[in-house]
Design a protein around this ligand. Sequence first.
Ligand SMILES: Cc1ncc(COP(=O)(O)O)c(C=O)c1O
Length: 421
Amino acid sequence: MSLASVSRMEAKLLLSTYERQPILFVRGRGVCLWDSRGQRYLDFLSGIGVNALGHNHPAIQAAIKRQAGRLLHVSNLFFHEYQAELARLLTEISGLDRAFFCNSGTEAWEGALKLARAFAQMNNRNGSKAKWRILAMDNSFHGRTFGALATTGQPKYRAPFVPLVPGVTFVKFNDLDDLRCKFDSSVCAVCIETIQGEGGICPVNKEFLELASRLTKQSGALLVLDEIQCGLGRTGRHFAYQHYAVLPDVVTVAKPLACGLPLGAILTTERVAKCMHPGMHGTTFGGGPLACAVAIAFLREEKRLLKHVRALGEYFHTALEALDKRHKAIQDVRGVGLMQAVELDSAELAKTVTKELLQQGIIINRTHETVLRFLPPYVIGKKHVDQVIKALDAALHKNAESKDRTEKTGRARRKEVHAHA
Ligand SMILES: Cc1ncc(COP(=O)(O)O)c(C=O)c1O
C-alpha cells in the first residue's frame, strides 16, 4: 500500500489522535529505518525510547522466532517459563524484590498508584490517620489512563477529561520548599519521573530526590519513580536513580523492556508487596511468554551496552555543548547518557529544525514545544552522532542567528539547576 492510500484510509477510519509525519516506514535494521520509497533514515528517536537495541537486532529476532514457535499466550492463571526469570533479572539490577508485569507504561504507572493506596490502607488498620494523598510533579508525564493523567503535571493532557482521580497535589519540580510545604502525614506517595521526558528532559535534582526519599521514609509513605522513559540502560546505568544515592519503594519501567512488544513492569520492595493479594490486581496479556522471553534477551544485551551508552552519551553531550557555543538560539543542553535534549528559543524554530532533519533522513522529535529530544538506540556509533551534529549545525545556521561567544552566563547558571548527582 502507498503512503497516500494508507493516510487516506486512516483519515477516514481512525480516531484522530496523532499528527503523523507523511512517511510510511516499511523496514528497519540497526540504527536505520527505510520508508516505502526506499529512503533511509537514521533513527535518533527509537520509537520514543522503545527500540533500544535498534531495529531487527539478531538476539531479539532469535528470541521472537524461538518463542513464536513454542507458546504465544497462556493466561496468568497458569505458570510459564519466563516471568520468574525476568523478575529475577529485574530485581537483581534494580535492588528491589518483586515484580508485576503489564502491557504498557501507563498501565505500570496505574498499578504503582494502586500499590501506594493499598500499602497505605494496609498500614492504616490500626486506626492511625489515613494516608491517601499523592504528591506528583509539575511538568511530569505518566501516561493517558485516568490515574496516570491525574498525576501528570501538564494541564493540556488533563483538561479535556476532568474530573480525574481525586487526591493528587502537584509540587513544583525540584522546589525543596514547595515539597516540604505540601508534604504531610496524609501523603501516601511522592511520585517523580527521575528524568522528565515529555517535559523536556529535565533530571530531578539530587537534593530534591533525597528530600523526597527522607520525607517518605520518615512518614511511612512511598517514593514512586517513573523510569518508563529513562530506565533500563538509557542513561548508562540500569536505572536513572542509580546516579543518585536513593532507592525508591516502587519503580515503573516499560518502553524498551521488550524492544517493541508491549510489556511494562512495576518493581517494588518485599515490604510494599505484602499489600497485594490474589484478585486485587491483574491483566490478561501482561507478562505473556513472548514478551517476557524477548525482555530476557534484551536485558542480556542491555548489561553489555551500559559502558557504551555512557561513552556515547558523553560524546554526544559534549558535541551538543559545542553547538551551543555557536548558536544563539540554543537556550540549554541537558541530558544523561543517550537521553539528550537541546532547548531552543522558539517552538517555531524547534519545529523547523525537526522537519529539516527529517527531510535529510534523520529522525528526532520535538517535545515540550521548544525542546529537541534525542533518544537514539544504545547501539549508535560516533559517526552517527557526528552526522546528527552536522545536520543540526546546518539547520540552525540556516534558520537562526549564530552567536557571539561571550553571551553564556545566564544559560550556564540554568544548567546547574538541571545538574544531578
Ligand atoms: C515517563 C513516562 N511515563 C509513562 C508513559 C506512558 O507510557 P505508555 O505510552 O507506554 O502508556 C510515558 C510515555 O511516553 C513516559 O514517557
